[in-house]
Design a protein around this ligand. Structure first.
Ligand SMILES: Nc1nc2c(ncn2[C@@H]2O[C@H](COP(=O)(O)OP(=O)(O)OP(=O)(O)O)[C@@H](O)[C@H]2O)c(=O)[nH]1
Ligand SMILES: [Mg+2]
Ligand SMILES: [Zn+2]
Length: 276
């Protein structure tokens, strides 16, 4: 998808289409994964979406695969926000640990953060092909998006999966960050798999308001009935079950600290997200 030109699939054929001015002017208003109506090679309307994400800029997703790797190091703050956005939109979320040839110790720290939340964690190696066919099995009959930091290996996974040679980038030596090799989201469709490769990112907004945030943490939502106050934000309230479980080491301390950071970040901004 380019700003002014969109690939629209109809039957087995791809058509290059423009878009009505009004759809473009509102900015970001056509996303990869959208179902659209086309008149004379121009997209005239976007049909109602089952879900919508800003980063990556996609819609109608069945599964978000957050790709992490030992290098660049995972940014858990970013991952938490990606995950809470998936919870908010009601979309399945799973973690893919790539580059297991470099270091396989990441699995343990990922499990410590997300293991008890019912989030599936898959290990793959795009370089050797390890775990790729098991991952493929998970994608059948779904629209899936690969998301995460630049240079984690999203495009490499697409290449390994479908035998492609899409451009991949290196991890920059100086800052150990990716170089943003993929610049647009694109759907790859083979057999019964629809997989979107998306550009890596270093920032992401939590698409929720303060009052919804606690409900986008499944491990907090499931015990909040035991907090003294209804609608407890698990921040300063007394007799808070979440805080108790964090203090007892039953819930992850570091994830809770990031929760507070995200809470503060949302309280300072002015964007209001639409409620479901
Ligand atoms: N050792 C090793 N390197 C890998 C593996 N997978 C990817 N890489 C390398 O990691 C670098 C980044 O890979 P990309 O596939 O471009 O990463 P990306 O997530 O698509 O990055 P952006 O498009 O910038 O978001 C490249 O140099 C790849 O060769 C792997 O399994 N093992
Ligand atoms: Mg890429
Ligand atoms: Zn509480």
């Amino acid at each position: 998808m380019h700003t002014d030109s969109y690939s629209v699939k109809c039957g087995e054929k791809l058509y290059k289409c423009g878009a009505r001015g009004i759809l473009k002017r509102r900015g970001n208003d056509i996303a990869v994964g959208d179902m659209v109506e086309v008149e004379n090679e121009v997209i005239s309307c976007v049909k109602q979406r089952k879900n919508r994400f800003i980063r990556p800029n996609v819609s109608n997703i069945d599964l978000i695969l957050a790709v992490v790797s030992p290098e660049p190091k995972p940014d858990f703050y970013l991952l938490d926000k990606l995950y809470l956005n998936a919870v908010k939109e009601g979309v399945e979320f799973a973690l893919v640990i790539n580059k297991t040839d470099i270091d396989d110790s990441l699995y343990k720290s990922i499990l410590a953060e997300y293991g008890n939340l019912g989030v599936e964690v898959l290990c793959v190696c795009a370089k050797t092909g390890y775990g790729i066919s098991a991952l493929k099995d998970k994608l059948i009959s779904k629209l899936t998006v690969l998301a995460g930091q630049s240079a984690a290996g999203k495009t490499s996974i697409v290449n390994a999966m479908f035998g492609l040679e899409l451009k991949t980038g290196a991890v920059s030596d100086k800052i150990a960050r990716g170089k943003h090799t993929t610049t647009r989201s694109e759907i790859f469709e083979y057999e019964n798999i629809k997989l979107i490769d998306s550009p890596g990112f270093a920032v992401i907004d939590a698409m929720v308001d303060l009052d919804e945030l606690p409900y986008c943490y499944p491990e907090y939502a499931s015990v909040s009935g035991e907090c003294k106050f209804r609608g407890c934000a698990h921040i300063n309230e007394p007799q808070c079950k979440v805080k108790e479980l964090v203090e007892n080491g039953i819930l992850s301390k570091s994830r809770y600290q990031r929760y507070i950071e995200i809470y503060n970040e949302i309280s300072k901004r002015r964007i209001i997200y639409e409620k479901n």
